[in-house]
Structure formats: C-alpha cells, structure tokens
Design a protein around this ligand. Structure first.
Ligand code: RIB
Ligand code: CA
Length: 311
C-alpha cells in the first residue's frame, strides 16, 4: 500500500538530520522512498554511513544515492564544530550497506519524471543536489507534489554568520536557484530556535525511555548539546531538520505560516547566504510559505513517541 506521503529526503546526515529520518521512518502516513546525500555537515563518506546506519536502526532500507561532494561554486566548509567530526556526535558508524549506483541528481530527476506529482522532496542539506536536479530538469517544479526546505534565517540571526544559516550559507547559489523555482515550504533557523529547541528536561525524559532509539538520540546529539553549553551557556539543542519533518508529517504542528517573497544573497562577503524576506510580496519574484511558529510541545511529543519505540 502506498503511504499518504511519498518522501524523497536530501540530507547531509548530521545529528538533526538523523532525528528527522527517524521521525519520517516511524510515520504511519509517510514512507521514505529514497535518500540522497549532499555535501554539508561532515565528511561526505561519513554522512553516507550516518544515513545508512540511521535508516537501518529505524528498520527501513530505502536506496541511498550519493550526490554532490562540493557546492556549486563555493569552497565547501563543514559544520563539524556543531555536530562533531563525524556529524553524529559520539558515533562514527560504518555499515556494510551499498550505496545505490545512480548519482543522486540523476535519481531525483528520473523518479520525479516517472512519478509526476507524487513525491514530497524534503531538503535538509545545502541545496546543491536540488539545484543540479533543477538544471537537469527545468520542469522539476511541476513534477514534485511538494517541497519542504530547512534553511535560511528569516527575521533572526543566522547560525554561521549573523546574516546566514548553514544550509543557505554553504551553497548560496543553489539556495537562490531553488527558492526562485520550487516555491517551497520553508522552516528557517529562527523558528527552529524558537520552537524546535530541546533542553535538559527533555534530554532527561529521552534518557528515561531507555530504548535503542533514545540512546541513539542522546549519543548523536551529545556534541551539539556540548557546543551550545560552551557557546551559549545553555544545555540545549535545536533540532531543525527534525522540526521540519515533524511539521511536514503533522500539519497541526504548524501554528502560523505566511506566503512571502524572498531573495538569497549569493555574493561572497558579510551577507553571503542571507535570506531576505519581503512580506508585501511585491519586491521579489521568489515565493515561499514561511513557517513563523510551530508547536514546540507537540514537536517534543512526536520525538518522544518515536524514540520510545523499540526499533
Ligand atoms: O542550519 C541548520 C542546518 O544545517 C541543518 O540542516 C543542519 O543539519 C545543517 O545541515
Ligand atoms: Ca542537515
């Protein structure tokens, strides 16, 4: 039986990506039909293993396709300070699972053409693979049912520079192209900080679950948690990719969203990767549905429900 939501997930498998994959894999009304890997958080081959390990732990085995190992034009930079060298905190998994032969970009274009209007594309990484797929298939916007993106910093400071969030900063040329064409639902860094950040009390509740997925959560997010303690003096962790998937799977978690015009600054310099939002929708041609508020308590409930299962 085909799930309500047929998902293609593009990821740079850091700790929050992994939690997003757990939520999607555990959903009764969605199925991950393919995973594509893009240059981002950690060394590329480790990201590939992180994805395979997470999917195996979640009890699913969609094909994992390897994609772009560098941004379109910029030099690649990792976010290993945040997620740890492996991208998955204390873990550096190695699996014996093979990657699919087909390049991620060829795969995305092919399955979108073969299943026109069927797939929801979930973008949890820099948008290099998606931009390349757009270049290969200009009709991609008409071939996808929906596009959800975690990225950008709207009306809020970024997490890489004051102007920019990592996914948009790492490959601003790709972000500019994708936002201009795919009219995505956008979960930006601002709403993730406000409504997608968990604290000590939540970490304690997860530890008390004492299940394999709960232990995975604690181990994978250990570095992000330590980073925030050191940098912000708070025992907390934003889990942006997981909030994105949680909102996609349960629309009731979206408290407020607005159609806005946007532009992304691809130029090198202080505002590289900046997301500029025009609420009047008059200035820019690119449209996104920007989620302004999410139900943080509902997000935590969704995480606890998934982590509390066996495997
Ligand atoms: O800025 C947060 C985003 O960058 C998340 O997708 C995280 O995994 C990193 O890729
Ligand atoms: Ca990510």
């Amino acid at each position: 039986m085909t799930a309500d939501r047929r998902l293609l997930v593009d990821t740079d498998t850091g700790s929050d990506d992994a939690m997003a994959l757990l939520l999607a894999a555990g959903s009764e009304n969605a199925a991950i039909e393919g995973v594509t890997i893009c240059a981002g958080n950690a060394p590329f081959d480790q990201q590939v293993e992180n994805a395979k390990y997470t999917l195996e732990l979640a009890g699913v085995d969609p094909p994992v396709h390897e994609g772009a190992r560098t941004p379109l034009l910029k030099e690649h930079e990792y976010a290993d300070d945040v997620h740890g060298e492996s991208g998955l905190g204390e873990l550096s998994p190695e699996t014996d699972i093979d990657s699919a032969d087909e390049h991620a970009v060829d795969y995305l274009v092919r399955v979108a053409r073969e299943n026109a209007g069927e797939f929801t594309l979930v973008c949890l990484a820099p948008l290099t693979n998606v931009a390349l797929a757009l270049a290969r298939e200009p009709d991609l916007p008409d071939l996808l049912e929906e596009v959800w993106i975690m990225g950008g910093a709207a009306f809020a400071p970024g997490n890489v520079t004051p102007a920019a969030e990592f996914n948009f900063w790492a490959d601003p040329d790709a972000a500019r192209m994708v936002c201009a064409r795919l009219e995505p639902t956008l979960v930006d860094w601002g709403v993730c900080v406000r409504d997608g950040t968990v604290d000590t009390e939540f970490f304690d509740r997860v530890r008390a679950l004492d299940t394999p997925l709960a232990r995975f959560f604690s181990d994978a997010l250990s570095h992000v948690r330590a980073y925030n303690r050191e940098m912000n003096g708070a025992d907390s962790a934003a889990i942006p990719d997981a909030l994105t998937v949680a909102c996609l799977l349960d629309p009731d978690l979206v408290v407020e969203s607005t159609a806005v015009g946007v532009a992304v600054d691809e130029r090198e310099g202080l505002t590289r990767g900046a997301l500029v939002v025009d609420e009047s929708e008059r200035t820019f041609d690119s449209r996104v549905e920007l989620i302004g508020e999410a139900d943080g308590a509902g997000f935590e409930r969704a995480l606890l429900e998934t982590l509390g299962r066996g495997t």
